[in-house]
Design a protein around this ligand. Structure first.
Ligand code: UD1
Ligand code: UDP
Length: 367
């Protein structure tokens, strides 16, 4: 990609949302070690800004974005547009050789579009994922970001195939899933430092872990109330529900009686989340990241959506798609058995994703 071997190079990562801080922190850590002469800047759009959605990750993961655009919340066009304007200015000032974007948020899209219009090549971490559901904002962000990215870091065989089916040939690299590398790296630290089980008095009792933040599940009060009712039964263990601020807004409208025996708590830090996931006897989620972490940690998971971008997690029976119909959720719970087969971590790159990304990045930069 670059014709002056050995010259000083500059990378710029664009992040904005909780899962992106975790992934960029991991990539940055390895690149800094392997290529000390390489400058790697981090731009935070400000899409996530509440202390428990942003600063807690910066502190815990020792991750310091160099720029914070402070775009905050808004409609899709407002949030993406403001992020693009701010990113463009930083790109014009800093002139990076390569921009890295992560996942499928509005910040991902803004970063990719701003960079490609300035003729700066883009590497997309978590490329090729598809739900087939164009009503998901993330699906549009994925399709457009992949279309304009030059380097496509695919986490799974399915994501590679999705790009092949769309006719992409160049730049498609099967790296594995950066979230598995991250989990391997941070789990020992979580064991050492997290006191979340003590804080929530969970040491001696089984519990389920619930997360939900998809607009189609949580924006409508009656839909959210209906899903939650499926979990509320006297014979249930405690359900711990670290609640995304989007979901909290709707939950506030439900009567507290509707939440009987669900412990709604603020979002937790990444290290606390890993410990909760590891100890939960069942995980219920509509999150892409939490589905995979459940799989990596061999925890049974019910996915509260109609489809998944991560079909590899379904293979051995660790993850099941149950949708959001309470009857289907109750059936899923009743039919749950622990699979005989361990999760196939090879399909997710066995913790070598960052190493592969780094090789490709350094190659692309001529280093
Ligand atoms: C975004 C991503 C989603 C990703 C999720 C990770 C898009 C379109 N969606 O969804 O793909 O899975 O992040 O968590 O980019 N809010 C706060 N404080 C914050 C952030 C948000 O209070 O720090 C509230 C605001 O009311 C806001 C709402 O949450 O309107 C939604 O936030 P937004 O960033 O638009 O989308 P997410 O649902 O977080
Ligand atoms: N996560 C966290 N605290 C929480 C909920 C999630 O640290 O209270 C972590 C989780 O472990 C995973 C990531 O955030 O690594 C997933 O983010 P999220 O569910 O917000 O988004 P998605 O993965 O669906 O895009």
């Amino acid at each position: 990609m670059f014709d002056v071997p050995g010259a000083q190079r500059k990378l710029l990562s664009v992040v904005g949302a909780r899962p992106q801080f975790i992934k960029a922190a991991m990539l940055s850590r390895t690149l800094a070690r392997e290529a000390p002469g390489l400058t790697h800047l981090h731009l935070h759009t400000g899409q996530h800004y509440s202390p428990d959605m942003a600063q807690v990750f910066f502190d815990e993961l020792n991750y310091r974005p160099d720029f914070d655009l402070g775009v905050g919340s808004g409609t899709h066009a407002r949030q993406t547009g403001d992020a693009m304007i701010g990113i463009e200015k930083v790109l014009m000032d800093e002139k990076p050789d390569l921009v890295i974007v992560y996942g499928d948020t509005n910040s991902t899209l803004a970063g990719a579009l701003a960079a490609v219009k300035l003729h700066i090549p883009v590497a997309h971490v978590e490329a090729g994922l598809r739900s087939g559901n164009r009503r998901m904002p993330e699906e549009i962000n994925r399709i457009v970001t992949d279309a304009v990215s030059e380097i496509l870091f695919c986490p799974t065989p399915t994501s590679v195939n999705n790009l092949k089916k769309e006719g992409r040939k160049d730049g498609v690299i099967h790296t594995g899933d950066i979230l598995l590398d991250t989990l391997h790296y941070f789990l020992p630290r979580a064991h050492e430092t997290s006191d979340v089980l003590d804080r929530l008095a969970l040491n001696d009792q089984p519990f389920w872990l619930l997360t939900m933040h998809r607009p189609s599940n949580v924006d409508d009060e009656s839909k959210l109330g209906m899903i939650i009712k499926a979990f509320i039964r006297e014979d249930r263990p405690r359900i711990i529900f670290p609640c995304h601020p989007r979901t909290a807004k709707t939950l506030d409208k439900l009567s507290s009686h509707d939440l009987d025996n669900i412990d709604v708590i603020p979002p937790v830090s990444y290290l606390d989340m890993l410990v909760l996931e590891e100890h939960a006897s069942l995980i219920l989620t509509d999150s892409g990241g939490v589905q995979r972490e459940a799989y990596f940690l061999s925890r049974p998971c019910l996915t509260l959506r109609e489809e998944t971008e991560w079909p590899e997690t379904l293979e051995e029976g660790w993850n099941h798609i149950v949708g959001t119909d309470p009857k289907a959720i109750l059936e899923g719970i009743a039919q749950l058995t622990l699979p005989d087969q361990p999760p196939d971590l090879e399909a997710f790159g066995n913790g070598k994703a960052v190493e592969r990304m780094q090789q490709e990045i350094l190659k692309a930069l001529g280093l």
